[in-house]
Ligand binder design. Structure first.
Ligand SMILES: *Cc1c(COP(=O)(O)O)cnc(C)c1O
Length: 222
C-alpha cells in the first residue's frame, strides 16, 4: 500500500508542512523536518534516507553512537540532532557526533559543552530547552532563568540558534508554542524547535523552524 512506504509518509508530512506554512504566510523552506529515529534500527531508518530525508534526531548519545556512524557511510549530507537530555560527561561525545543540540537546559551543561567544543574543534548549533509548561518532572530551564542562561551561553561562545520546548502532554499545545515564539523574539533568537507528530502543523503556523517528528514517519514506537 502506498500509504505505508517511507516515500509516501515523508511526502504526506511535507504536504502538511506546506499547507500549515501557507496558512501563516510563511515560506515552508524555513521549516526543517527532523525525523526522530530514536528506538528505530538501521533497517527502519534506511528507507527514509533512500526517500531523501537527511536530517535525523536521536534522544540518547549511546544509541546514536551505535547506529549512525555506519548509516552515515551510506550517503553524504546526513545531519544529526540531539533532542534528548544530555549528561555533562557525554558532552564531548555528543559534540563529536551531533550537528545540533536541542537540550541545553542548565548552566553546568554550558561549561561542559564549551569545553567539549574547544577540544573537538566543532561547534554544533545549540537550542536552549525551556520548561514551557513549568512542569516539575520535565527537562528545560525555567522561563524566568532563560535570560541568564542565554547570556551565559553567549559569553561561553556557544552558537545559540534558538529555543526548544515540549508542551505539557494532553493540553492544547498552541498557547505554549505561542509563548515560546514570544520568548525567542524577546531574546532576538530566530530558531524555534517545536512540534511533534501530534501538533507540528500548529507549531508551523506559530513559527516553528524545526519540527521533530517520529511516530508519523516511522509508525508507533514499541
Ligand atoms: C520522541 C521525541 C519526539 C518525536 O515524538 P513523536 O510524537 O514520535 O513525533 C520529538 N521530540 C522529542 C524531544 C522527543 O523525545
Amino acid at each position: 500500500m502506498p500509504s505505508d512506504t517511507a516515500d509516501s509518509r515523508l511526502a504526506a508530512i511535507h504536504d502538511q508542512i506546506v499547507r500549515a506554512a501557507a496558512q501563516a504566510q510563511r515560506d515552508p523552506a524555513d521549516v526543517q523536518l527532523i525525523a526522530v529515529s530514536k528506538t528505530r534500527d538501521a533497517d527502519a531508518i534506511r528507507p527514509l534516507i533512500e526517500a531523501g530525508q537527511r536530517v535525523f534526531g536521536e534522544n540518547r548519545v549511546q544509541e546514536a553512537a551505535a547506529k549512525w556512524p555506519a548509516l552515515r557511510e551510506t550517503t553524504g549530507g546526513i545531519e544529526l540532532h540531539l533532542v534528548g537530555q544530555l549528561q555533562s560527561n557525554k558532552a564531548e561525545e555528543a559534540v563529536a557526533l551531533f550537528d545540533a543540540i536541542h537540550s541545553l537546559d542548565r548552566p553546568s551543561l554550558i561549561s561542559a559543552l564549551a569545553k567539549a567544543m574547544d577540544k573537538v574543534g566543532k561547534r554544533p548549533a545549540c537550542f536552549i530547552q525551556v520548561n514551557i509548561g513549568d512542569e516539575p518532572q520535565k527537562g528545560g530551564c525555567a522561563v524566568a532563568s532563560l535570560p541568564g542562561m542565554l547570556a551565559e551561553a553567549r559569553s561561553a561562545d556557544l552558537p545559540v540558534a534558538g529555543l526548544m520546548a515540549v508542551p505539557p502532554l494532553n493540553l492544547e499545545s498552541a498557547p505554549y508554542f505561542a509563548l515560546l515564539a514570544k520568548l525567542a523574539r524577546d531574546c532576538g533568537l530566530s530558531g524555534l524547535s517545536m512540534g511533534m507528530s501530534d501538533d507540528f502543523e500548529t507549531a508551523v503556523t506559530l513559527g516553528a523552524t524545526h519540527v521533530r517528528i517520529g511516530t508519523a514517519l516511522f509508525g508507533a514506537r514499541a
